[in-house]
Design a protein around this ligand. Structure first.
Ligand code: FES
Ligand code: FE2
Length: 421
């Protein structure tokens, strides 16, 4: 199969449109039983923090969020407080946000621009490249080797206008094999040239409960009946690169409000393939395992919402970050208002509807008397996601983990399932 991203996008569109025209679907082989405890078992969650978030690269944010040299942001992934910086030379770094003297955060600002971080406790200072620059009252402190006391750094990779990182300074794992070439397809958005518009965040329940909503369209006309409309599609076709899944709808209803977001191919269905535009080809949901989702929006100009669901410290806690990035920042006040309204609306959809529903499930599950939940044949994305989570958690060594990814083929139209249920 072709690996050329544009040809691949065209093949995906062709395939999706084909299903739309013949009113057919692709289904998982069976309904899948999912242990309800997957959402509330604290021991499993601790394993996930270690084996998923401590080993796999996650999307830390869009490049344009820290566009200028010296820009930085801080965040928490599970128990790890981190800083992501762009140093003086423009190189991106990821550090544990913990002073090497006595462990406090060297900055508690959510973001900013700095030439150095000065620890608020005793004043040690670090460069944006993580090096320890100075020890306060060094003559009194005693002999230590400054060159060994930089902020603890973990591997990051900037590609396709996104920043990936393995939040573990002890990891020996490379990032690239985990991307499965998905980054090359995402690069067709051109995010490396896009601009940062704004960012929002809100709390939610277990990270997998919050993330499940990005992986199926089944709920859309029901849960989002008042926002997207009850006539919205409830069907998605899945395309997978290992655990990373792209979803487009085969529904060919013209002019739907969710055209960009859910990937209706109606704008190109009546055109010759030579006239298919890259923007329409990119419509739909792009999930990046384990916790990121990207979707297109049109308010105020071409935009994308990057959603990131980060686990909290306990099994029932997560934070969703929504990054709004735009191909071009709006040049008029009216367009800015339109973009702002678009993004406020989508926060309302996700926080007010998806997360509200996920909270409701978190609230009942542990005491529900239900041992197994059901993922339908049409909820293929969730089936894949939960199988991958299980397989990654169970992969004992780095070698096992790499082999799991290595064995996962890119199969157009028919998602590759890592193991049997
Ligand atoms: S803990 Fe940072 S300088 Fe002491
Ligand atoms: Fe939703």
């Amino acid at each position: 199969m072709t690996r050329d991203p544009i040809e691949l996008l065209k093949a995906i569109a062709r395939h999706t449109i084909g299903h739309g025209q013949s009113n057919t679907m692709e289904y998982a082989e069976d309904v899948m039983k999912l242990p309800a405890s997957t959402y509330y078992d604290q021991d499993l969650f601790d394993l996930e923090l270690h084996n998923i978030f401590g080993r796999l690269p996650i999307v830390l944010g869009p490049s344009c969020e820290i566009a200028a040299n010296g820009d930085f942001k801080t965040m928490k992934v599970g128990k790890a407080s981190i800083i992501v910086t762009r140093d003086k030379a423009g190189k991106v770094h990821g550090f544990m946000n913990a002073c090497r003297h006595r462990g406090v955060k060297v900055t508690d600002k959510p973001c900013g621009n700095a030439s150095r971080f000065t620890c608020p406790f005793h004043g040690w200072s670090y460069g944006t490249d993580g090096k320890l620059l100075s020890i306060a009252a060094r003559e009194d402190f005693g002999e230590v080797d400054k060159s060994l006391l930089g902020l603890r750094e973990f591997p990051v990779l900037e590609k396709a206008g996104l920043i990936w990182g393995i939040v573990n300074p002890d990891t020996k794992l490379p990032i690239e094999p985990f991307l499965k070439g998905y980054d090359d397809v995402l690069a067709s958005f051109g995010f490396d040239k896009w601009s940062f518009f704004s960012k929002r965040s809100f709390k939610g329940p277990n990270w997998k409960l919050s993330y499940d909503g990005y992986l199926e369209y089944y709920h859309v006309p029901v849960l989002h009946g008042r926002t997207f409309g009850t006539d919205t599609t409830n069907r998605g076709i899945y395309y997978t690169w290992g655990p990373h899944q792209h979803i487009k709808t085969p529904d060919l209803t013209p002019g739907h409000v969710a055209t960009e977001t859910l990937g209706y191919m109606t704008d190109i269905v009546d055109k010759a393939e030579s006239e298919w535009d890259l923007e329409t080809l990119s419509y739909g949901v792009w999930t990046v395992f384990p916790c990121t989702s990207i979707a297109s929006f049109g308010g105020g100009g071409r935009g994308a919402l990057i959603s990131q669901v980060l686990p909290g410290e306990k099994v029932g806690e997560s934070t969703t970050f929504q990054y709004y990035i735009m191909e071009k920042l709006p040049e008029t006040e009216a367009l800015t208002d339109e973009a702002e309204a678009q993004f406020a609306w989508v926060q309302g959809v996700v926080e007010g509807e998806d997360i509200a529903m996920a909270n409701a499930a978190q609230d009942t599950l542990a005491g529900s008397g239900i041992d197994y939940l059901l993922l339908g044949r049409n909820e293929l994305g969730n089936q894949n996601f939960h199988r991958w989570c299980k397989d990654v958690v169970e992969a004992e060594t780095d070698k096992d983990l790499l082999r799991l990814y290595d064995n996962a083929e890119i199969e157009l139209g028919v998602p590759k399932v890592a193991t049997a249920a």
